[in-house]
Design a protein around this ligand. Structure first.
Ligand code: ASP
Length: 350
């Protein structure tokens, strides 16, 4: 009888122990890294055969340069907010990415920029849509958060606000790149063909867009104080018109941060990301279903977004420094770095 009770006790304690040390539980409760940073430079049909060695090296070098800027800030005890702004600015200034200089063109051959930022500690956020002359849309998004009573400003009003706050204003031609201009011409010609064929099913963004490279930039950082910040900046989608706005400036779709769960920045076909509330859904699954970061990002991208027909991906970072790159496209320009100086820079699916 005595040995029966001992066995029973052992079985019960083994059962409890097993639960506490299960891998999921471990990732959910153990602080892995004191600080960490993760970035993307857009997702899409990025195939090795379409990218020359030089181009590939250029992308990797710029991703590394950008993430090291944020990493140094975090390592020196700076805030996640500062790390996100400065890291994104490196990519906004590079013509390689669809953000700031190098942004894609609208149907009217202009560049209209969107960006957003969220602070995981206070749940404060700022966003801007459709600005044409502000050099750093991510800086403006943060300014809207810190210096206005609003979360989102758009168009001319946003430019006036930026000017009043002393942000750098540029001539719209600053954003021009020949490569993006030519991409617009190609897509315009294809749309014409679709019309010629009177394809009633062809949406404004025809099938080619589905396979296009996107190129938005985003960053999520966790600082030594445990604060998570996330930001996203983009030119949107090539050939957009009628003042179309994507997911990038929508808090909960393109960007989300909450110190209790995670920070997320999205890239992909914005209409689907808005309808799926991608960034908030990941945080909500962690908060309400106790999922790990990996489980939540996998479900939202590979299951829910994919079923809806959306393409793209996210970068996400949780309060313990766990990181996740999740995408359903052929590639995503991406990088991460943690407090052990481990650097990952990747482009294709691996
Ligand atoms: N999500 C962006 C948009 O729809 C595009 C991108 O990520 O490249 O505007």
């Amino acid at each position: 009888m005595k040995s029966f009770f001992i066995t029973l006790l052992l079985l019960i304690s083994f059962g409890c122990k097993k639960e506490i040390t299960s891998p999921e539980e471990k990732t959910a409760t153990t602080k892995k890294h004191e600080f960490a940073i993760i970035i993307h430079g857009g997702a899409g049909t990025i195939l090795k055969k379409n990218l020359s060695d030089e181009k590939e090296a250029a992308y990797k070098a710029k991703l590394e340069e950008a993430i090291k800027v944020g990493h140094t800030i975090l390592k020196n005890g700076g805030t996640s907010q500062e790390a996100v702004i400065k890291t994104i600015q490196v990519m906004e200034e590079s013509p390689l990415f669809n953000a700031g200089k190098g942004a894609v063109f609208t149907h009217e051959e202009t560049n209209e920029l969107d960006a957003s930022f969220m602070d995981g500690k206070t749940l404060n956020a700022g966003a801007v849509a459709g600005v044409t002359n502000v050099k750093s849309p991510i800086e403006l998004a943060v300014k809207i958060m810190t210096d206005s009573d609003h979360v989102m400003l758009s168009g001319k009003g946003a430019s006036i606000f930026a000017e009043e706050k002393g942000l750098e204003i540029v001539d719209p031609s600053y954003f021009y790149t020949e490569r993006r201009f030519q991409s617009l011409q190609k897509i315009k010609n294809k749309n014409k063909t679709a019309l010629d064929h009177d394809d009633k099913k062809a949406s404004f963004y025809d099938a080619d867009i589905k396979n296009a490279k996107f190129g938005t930039v985003g960053c999520v950082a966790l600082d030594k104080s445990g604060n998570i910040a996330a930001g996203t900046s983009t030119g949107g989608m090539t050939n957009k018109r009628w003042g179309r706005i994507g997911d990038a400036p929508i808090i909960g779709s393109g960007t989300y941060a909450n110190n209790l769960t995670c920070g997320v920045s999205s890239t992909g076909w914005g209409e689907y990301f808005i309808r799926s509330q991608v960034a908030y859904d990941i945080s909500a699954q962690m908060e309400y279903q106790n999922k790990s970061l990996k489980e939540a990002t996998t479900d939202v991208i590979q299951n829910k977004l994919t079923k809806l027909g959306g393409t793209g991906g996210v970068i996400a970072l949780d309060k313990n420094g766990n990181m996740s790159f999740e995408f359903n496209t052929a590639g995503m320009y991406r990088a991460s770095m943690n407090d052990e100086d481990q650097l990952i820079v990747k482009i294709y699916k691996e």
